[in-house]
Design a binder for this molecule. Structure first.
Ligand SMILES: Nc1nc2c(ncn2[C@@H]2O[C@H](COP(=O)(O)OP(=O)(O)OP(=O)(O)O)[C@@H](O)[C@H]2O)c(=O)[nH]1
Length: 531
């Protein structure tokens, strides 16, 4: 028989009081009880505050100490033993062992209990037992409170650490977003789609937290994916416009678009360049959308510096995707508008040129004789008015020479109107070759009459022109069986040379030229007369 008495109480108190922590307390407790009985086995059980559940805090055997905080569930046999002991509250022999339960109260509440199991019966002094319980309760409560505090402090430290990390990460994200904003401003100023894509890759790999980036454009109408700009393994921007593939043949593009994934990040992944594996690290792909229509995607990784993936990368890359999508949409709209404007400008220029041509032609037609294609009377009147003014201002000579086909009525009567027209055309053609001096003009005046306007020509030159005209028509040798003048068609010419003395008096010139023509006709035709 062993005794739990005051002496043991004192011994236990001396052993457990100086202990600094729960483990040392339990160890000292176990050692004290082993002096009581060599095979003693102590368990400290704690009662749940809110329920009647019990859990094990410490399992103290002479050769083994096991303290578990947070506490662990009781196994079935211990649970049954505890219930028995709680009900009987005495030192009982069960399963060949004597068990003693020491309830531990604190602040009027049952905190837990100490269960001592030995092979020998223990004689218990009731006062010593309650004193021991008091001693153990105080020490255990103090250690538990201390442990709880330490646990809270550790939690607090951990939260503080996480907070610092979070603040750092937020600061990093903020800096990156600031840079992204600056890049976005630069992209607004790009002068073309090509320039915008090059700037995007260049600026992003130099200022954002990743090493390489490539942008691909998608065309859902053609089903094609095209490269734009990317980064080589040394970090230089490269032109990748040569790259073109069907979207459905590109595994990543296909799955991203099918599943409408906006961003995918892979850690410890193989990294590629020109379809060859060049290293490992993290890589990310961001798809670009115009509403529901996929318009491109971006690939980026950390191949060169191996910069680790940060907690803000996901947020940063998402925003990069949104920014790039907006720029692509806006740039496409601008380009479409430019193309539309160009096509409109082109069409307007084409129409204007057609209109100008038509006007020119109209102008020409309105000043051209439709049968002979030499200038008509309207043209002659305009040019005569002009030349009259000029001759008046500079006091230079001006000549009018009227040419009339001889016996043309008979010609028409004999050969018919159609041949008459043909004759007129041939005569006009021949006359138009006679005088090629600058300013000289041959016009059809009406019927079978033609007029030479000869600015700067004196009478002598007018006579020369008239004779050359006569000769030119004779040379045509157009048969005229009914002409009493010659067997061929002939003409007569009457001219007048003057230096104008007053404005708008050109009509007089015509009257005088007509008089001269009359003279030529009266003198037998086939001749010229210049006044
Ligand atoms: N075939 C044809 N004949 C025309 C055209 N314009 C006028 N004529 C004819 O030209 C003829 C002119 O006749 P006239 O004024 O009598 O003159 P002419 O017969 O040449 O007599 P002279 O001038 O005195 O030699 C008329 O018979 C008109 O019908 C035309 O465009 N085509």
């Amino acid at each position: 028989m062993i005794a739990l008495d005051y002496a043991f109480c004192l011994k236990t108190g001396e052993a457990i009081c100086p202990q600094e922590n729960l483990n040392a307390f339990c160890l000292a407790l176990g050692q004290t009880f082993s002096t009581l009985a060599g095979d003693s086995h102590c368990q400290i059980l704690l009662k749940s505050e809110r329920s009647s559940d019990w859990k094990q805090l410490a399992d103290i055997q002479p050769d083994n100490l096991n303290v578990a905080l947070p506490t662990v569930e009781l196994n079935e046999s211990n649970q049954a033993l505890l219930l028995n002991l709680l009900a009987a509250d005495d030192h009982k022999l069960r399963n060949n062992l004597y068990h003693l339960l020491l309830p531990l109260n604190m602040r009027g509440e049952l905190l837990g209990c100490l269960v001592i199991s030995t092979s020998q019966e223990i004689s218990v002094d009731a006062h010593a037992k309650s004193m021991l319980a008091l001693l153990l309760s105080g020490a255990l409560d103090s250690h538990l409170q201390h442990q709880l505090l330490a646990c809270e402090q550790a939690k607090h430290k951990n939260t503080e650490k996480k907070l610092v990390q979070e603040v750092c990460s937020q600061k990093g994200l903020l800096e990156q977003l600031h840079i992204l904003h600056k890049i976005s401003l630069r992209l607004w100023h790009a002068h073309s789609m090509d320039n915008m894509l090059h700037t995007a890759v260049y600026e992003c790999i130099h200022a954002l937290d990743f090493d390489r980036m490539a942008i691909f454009l998608l065309n859902s109408h053609t089903g094609l994916m095209r490269g734009t700009y990317g980064t080589d393994i040394e970090g230089k921007v490269t032109n990748e416009q040569w790259y073109c593939t069907a979207i459905h043949e590109h595994h990543h593009a296909k799955t991203t678009l099918d599943k409408k994934r906006h961003i995918t990040i892979n850690e410890d992944s193989e990294l590629y360049h020109d379809s060859k594996e060049v290293g490992t690290g993290w890589n990310a792909t961001i798809s670009l959308w115009d509403g529901d229509e996929p318009i491109g995607w971006i690939a980026c990784d950390n191949l060169i510096t191996g910069t680790p993936l940060k907690s803000y990368h996901s947020e940063l890359l998402k925003l990069l995707g949104v920014t790039m999508s907006q720029h692509l949409i806006q740039r496409r709209a601008q380009d479409d508008l430019k193309a539309l404007n160009l096509s409109l400008e082109h069409r307007v220029a084409e129409r204007t040129s057609q209109l100008e041509d038509a006007n020119k032609r109209l102008n020409q037609i309105s000043r051209e004789d439709s049968l002979t294609h030499v200038p008509n009377r309207r043209m002659l009147d305009e040019r005569l008015e002009e030349e009259w003014r000029r001759a008046l201002r500079y006091q230079t000579p001006l000549t009018i020479l009227i040419v009339d086909i001889d016996h043309f009525k008979q010609y028409n009567d004999k050969y018919g109107h159609a041949l008459g027209d043909q004759c007129l055309t041939q005569v006009a053609e021949a006359l138009s070759q006679v005088e090629r001096r600058a300013g000289a003009l041959l016009a059809r005046f009406g019927g079978e009459e033609f007029v030479f306007l000869l600015p700067g020509s004196n009478r002598e030159n007018a006579i020369s022109v008239a004779n050359r005209a006569l000769e030119a028509v004779r040379k045509l040798e157009i048969p005229h069986g009914d002409s009493p003048v010659a067997p061929f068609v002939t003409i007569s010419a009457g001219g007048k040379t003057t230096i104008p003395e007053k404005p708008n008096n050109q009509q007089q010139l015509f009257i005088d030229a007509d008089v001269a023509l009359y003279e030529a006709k009266s003198a037998g035709k086939n001749q010229a007369f210049v006044l």
